[in-house]
Design a protein around this ligand. Structure first.
Ligand code: ZN
Length: 115
């Protein structure tokens, strides 16, 4: 349930309000239930663990498999890996924050903390 809300980029409390107004711009509070998304200053720094961690995990697994397993040429593969490490975190950004919000709600549930 929380994971589904996070993957759909919805409020972790009510599941109805959208988290984002655009790709990089979040609503300060849920448009439906009014809960504040940023619980404290710097709250979303934790989403970097998800974004960076997933990027590193994918590259560190895919690179040796493609290089040694499938015999890809090293230079284009390195360029591809570099491009991936720049672009993938930008694509993952909304879900990294959303998953962080869901994780936080799972580990430290809150109710009634509205703006
Ligand atoms: Zn809500």
């Amino acid at each position: 349930m929380l994971l589904g809300r996070a993957l759909r980029l919805r409020c972790p409390i009510c599941g109805r309000g959208k988290l984002y107004r655009s790709w990089f711009s979040m609503h300060a509070a849920c448009p439906h239930c009014g809960v504040r998304f940023e619980r404290e200053p710097g709250f979303f720094l934790g989403s970097i663990y998800i974004n960076y961690g997933l990027t590193v995990l994918i590259v560190s697994i895919a690179y040796p498999i493609l290089l040694f397993g499938y015999g890809f040429a090293e230079t284009p593969l390195l360029a591809g890996a570099l491009a991936f490490t720049v672009l993938f975190p930008l694509l993952l950004f909304p879900w990294a924050r959303s998953l962080w919000l869901g994780f936080d709600q799972w580990r430290d549930p809150r109710e009634g903390e509205v703006a």
